[in-house]
Design a protein around this ligand. Structure first.
Ligand SMILES: Cc1ncc(COP(=O)(O)O)c(C=O)c1O
Length: 188
């Protein structure tokens, strides 16, 4: 079997019509497939869309780190210099009170982390999010997502979620003494 057949047989598909380009190299804004065809990448892997594919500084940093160590222990136990430096850089560019970073592997984990933090810190359980929002594919993120299309197959989801309307003053009435947080993703 060729790679395409193996892909269709052994990889879980996330859509009924996957793009299924067999990419063998990516550079800057370009993708190259196994047939030598070149594509201008207008979507971009989320992890590379701000630097382009294989930015030399990123490639060097990955290679340098691979020469030192990769995974060590569960999150937050060991002092790992690249992680510490990155957290410091983020803190320097955020308002003073946002001075502590919890790194995640994906957007949906960031959503889960935010929901858990809000509940734990406030002792409250209700979460308000917005209609038509997208927050990720795990159970908590699906629960606050404001689009039935994504979450319908996974009910029952988390209780205590209210979906407000964007740009409606009446949405403020949703906030009460039970509200742990309001989730809005302003930058993606
Ligand atoms: C607005 C928004 N929030 C959350 C996510 C979830 O991110 P991830 O796919 O990395 O879990 C996405 C992903 O597309 C997104 O567009």
């Amino acid at each position: 079997m060729n790679q395409r057949e193996l892909f269709l047989r052994h990889l879980a598909q996330t859509s009924s019509a996957p793009l299924a380009l067999e990419i063998i190299k990516a550079e800057g804004t370009l993708l190259y497939d196994s047939g030598g065809k070149q594509y201008l990448d207008l979507i971009g892997g989320i992890s590379v869309c701000n630097t382009g594919h294989r930015h030399p500084k990123v490639v060097k940093a990955i290679k340098d780190q691979a020469d030192q160590y990769l995974h060590l222990l569960v999150y937050g136990e060991f002092i790992q210099s690249p992680q510490v430096q990155y957290a410091q850089l983020l803190a320097e560019n955020l308002p003073p009170l946002l001075n502590c970073v919890y790194f995640t592997n994906s957007g949906t984990e960031a959503t889960e982390g935010a929901m858990k933090l809000a509940k734990r810190a406030s002792g409250r359980t209700q979460i308000i999010s917005f209609k038509s929002s997208y927050h990720g594919s795990t159970q908590g993120a699906l629960s606050i997502m404001g689009d039935e299309y994504w979450r319908n197959a996974f009910r029952p989801l988390l209780p205590g979620i209210l979906h407000a309307e964007f740009n409606a003053m009446s949405s403020l009435d949703f906030i009460s003494a039970s509200t742990a947080c309001v989730v809005v993703e302003t930058v993606i």
